[in-house]
Design a protein around this ligand. Structure first.
Ligand code: SF4
Length: 356
C-alpha cells in the first residue's frame, strides 16, 4: 500500500467502501493472530516525569497533580493478581521518573520473574542503552516506545528535549530495542494539532518499515492543564487530521493491514472517547489485545495523561470483568499464555536484527 493509497483511506467517508477496509482488517486479524484477545495487566508505576511534553497531563510543569511512585510490594501484588486472573503479561508503565532507577526496575523484573511466569512489557520512555540492556538481561520481554509522529518538526514541538540535551531520535531507539532482542512496540497519536494526512500516512508506512511487533494508536485527547489543551497554543496543519474515533479506527485497520502479525491493543483512548462501544469497535477494526488496569485504585486517578480517562475508578476486578464481557459479546475468546506476536516469533528464527 503506497502513501497515496493510505491517504485515500484516511480521507474515505463512512459507507460501503470504508466498511470494506474494516472487513479486510478484521479478516487479516483473524488469519494472522486468530480470535483470541490477549489480556495484559497494566500497572502504572509512577506519574512523576522529568519531561514536559505539551500534550501530556503528567508533564513536569503541571503542578496541580499529586505525584506518586508505587512500591515494589504493591507491584508484586498486582503481578499475583494478573496470574490469578489468567493474564499472561504484565505491562509496567510510567513517566520518565529518575526515581525508577536501573536498580529499582531490575529488582522488580527479577522478583516478578522469580514469583510468576508472566511476560513483562516495559513502557518507561527514553532510557539509556545500559538500562535497556540490563533489564533485558533480568528478563524483560517487551518494550513500548511510541514515536508519536514521524514529522520531526511536529515531534520536536510537542516533545521538547531535556534541557541542554539534543533532541532524541525515537526511530533509532526502537532499532536499538530490536537489536537487544525486545519484542518492540510503538505507535502514534491521531489528530494532534499540526498533523497532516500525509504525516499520518507516513507514520503508517513507518510501522511497516520498522516491522513492529506491537502497535498502539489512539486519538489525541486535549488535557486542559497542558499547552496543547489551550486554544491559543494550537497550531493546525493545512490539512489537519481530526482527532476522532472514526479516524482512529481507520488507522487501527491500516496498521493491521501493513503489519498483519503485530499485537494491536484497542487502547483506552478509544474507550474514553466512546465509553459504550469504543473498546469493542477497536477489536472489530483489527485489534487483538486489551489492557485491563491493575493499578491500585488510589493511584489510578493520578495517572491522568489525558482527562476523563475511561475506567479511572474501576477496581482491577471490574476492569477484568468489563473486558471479559466485551470479548464474549464479540464471540471472541480470552487469550491464553504469553501472547507473543507472530511477527516476533518469526523474527526469532531469522538472523539477529542489526541496529542502525
Ligand atoms: S508523554 Fe511521557 S515523557 Fe512526555 S510528559 Fe508524559 S509521561 Fe512524560
Amino acid at each position: 500500500m503506497d502513501r497515496q493509497e493510505i491517504v485515500q483511506w484516511l480521507k474515505c467517508s463512512p459507507g460501503e467502501e470504508l466498511d470494506s477496509l474494516r472487513e479486510k482488517a478484521d479478516q487479516l486479524r483473524r488469519l494472522s493472530v486468530g480470535d483470541e484477545v490477549h489480556l495484559r495487566g497494566l500497572v502504572e508505576l509512577s506519574n512523576i516525569c522529568s519531561r514536559n511534553c505539551s500534550y501530556c497531563g503528567i508533564r513536569r510543569d503541571n503542578l496541580s497533580i499529586k505525584r506518586y511512585r508505587i512500591k515494589t510490594e504493591e507491584v508484586l501484588r498486582c503481578a499475583h493478581k494478573a496470574v490469578k486472573f489468567g493474564f499472561g503479561t504484565l505491562v509496567l508503565q510510567g513517566g520518565e521518573d529518575p526515581g525508577l532507577t536501573k536498580e529499582f526496575i531490575s529488582d522488580l523484573i527479577l522478583r516478578i520473574k522469580t514469583e510468576t511466569d508472566l511476560a513483562i512489557t516495559l513502557s518507561l520512555g527514553e532510557r539509556n542503552v545500559d538500562e535497556w540492556q540490563e533489564w533485558r538481561k533480568c528478563g524483560a520481554d517487551r518494550y513500548l516506545l511510541r514515536f508519536e509522529t514521524s514529522n520531526k518538526d511536529l515531534f520536536h514541538r510537542i516533545h521538547p528535549p531535556q534541557e541542554g540535551q539534543p533532541q532524541c531520535d525515537r526511530v533509532a531507539m526502537l532499532k536499538t530495542l530490536q537489536a537487544l532482542g525486545y519484542e518492540t512496540g510503538s505507535g502514534v497519536m491521531i489528530g494532534v494539532p499540526g498533523q497532516s494526512y500525509d504525516d499520518l500516512a507516513r507514520d503508517i508506512e513507518l510501522f511497516a518499515e520498522l516491522g513492529l511487533d506491537m502497535i498502539g494508536v489512539g486519538p489525541f485527547i486535549p488535557h486542559p492543564q497542558t499547552p496543547l489543551g489551550m486554544k491559543e497554543n494550537v497550531k493546525m496543519a493545512a490539512e489537519q487530521v481530526p482527532n476522532s474515533v472514526e479516524m482512529g479506527l481507520k488507522v487501527l485497520a491500516l496498521a493491521r493491514i501493513v503489519c498483519p502479525g503485530a499485537n494491536i491493543p484497542s487502547t483506552t483512548a478509544f474507550a474514553t472517547l466512546d465509553r459504550k462501544s469504543g473498546r469493542e469497535m477497536g477489536l472489530c477494526w483489527g485489534a487483538n489485545v486489551v489492557m485491563p488496569n491493575l493499578t491500585p485504585v488510589e493511584y489510578r486517578k493520578l495517572y491522568e495523561i489525558y482527562p476523563s480517562k475511561a475506567a479511572s475508578t474501576e477496581t482491577p476486578e471490574q476492569s477484568r470483568d468489563a473486558a471479559l464481557i466485551q470479548i464474549k459479546h464479540l464471540g471472541r475468546t480470552p487469550g491464553r499464555g504469553r501472547g507473543d506476536s507472530p511477527t516476533h516469533l518469526e523474527q526469532l528464527t531469522k538472523p539477529i536484527r542489526k541496529e542502525g
